[in-house]
Design a protein around this ligand. Structure first.
Ligand SMILES: [Zn+2]
Length: 211
């Protein structure tokens, strides 16, 4: 069975693209199953078709982006409420600090959000055009500092070799890693050949497997 790495739709037989989201499907697995009896989905060669607006999906699992969004929203509310209060002379001593605080929040939150969005777009670039290599998981742990929809994401750290050098990367996932996703297990990594620091796991977000 083939599972779409972008939306999770299952297919009995191989086809090049997902009917549901249009994304490129993994090649039929040739590698032996992991200890959990699962096979690593093999990345198709670039360019891979990534569903539209996938950068937003990347952002939705990014704790930093969620923090920046909350910060920006608070800033906007403070700035608006402060601005309204400032109009009435009585409230000017309350309104001005409120508006100032809101502006500071916005000045921090919005650039941070833009940075995270640019990073998400880079991740999409790597998913589309990255070179595939088999790496190894070195660490798996849960990040309790972040909660997304009531769940803390798992951080999977991996290492891989590119042009004779070792690199490390990490990916965040909301699905609990299973037996085949533990330190020492293989993982497919996609990286930009001219800048291997730009890398991500395949599939992304890590967690979809062929059964
Ligand atoms: Zn799909």
């Amino acid at each position: 069975m083939i599972t779409c790495p972008w939306c999770g739709t299952h297919y009995e037989r191989f086809q090049s693209n997902c009917d549901n989201c249009g994304g490129s499907l993994p090649l039929p697995a040739e590698r032996p199953p992991t200890p959990a009896g699962k096979r690593l989905p093999t990345p198709p060669p670039p360019p891979r078709q990534v569903p539209g607006n996938y950068a937003w999906r990347v952002l939705s699992t990014d704790g930093g982006a969620i923090g920046a969004t909350v910060f920006s929203l608070l800033g906007a509310i403070f700035a608006i409420v402060g601005g309204i209060l400032t109009i009435s002379v009585v409230a000017i001593f309350v309104g001005l600090p409120f508006a100032a605080l809101g502006t500071v929040f916005l000045l921090i939150g919005i650039p941070l959000l833009i940075t995270r969005y640019e990073q998400a777009q880079q991740t999409v670039q790597v998913l589309q055009h990255g070179e595939a290599v088999l790496g190894q998981i070195v660490d798996v742990h849960q990040n309790y500092h972040v909660r997304i929809n009531g769940r803390s994401p798992w951080i999977v750290t991996y290492q891989f070799e590119a042009s004779g050098r070792q690199y490390q990367g990490k990916v965040s996932t909301l699905s609990r890693p299973d037996l085949g996703q533990q330190p020492g297990q293989p993982i497919y990594v996609l990286y930009q050949p001219n800048d291997p620091q730009q890398n991500t796991s395949y599939p992304y977000p890590y967690g979809y497997y062929d059964l």
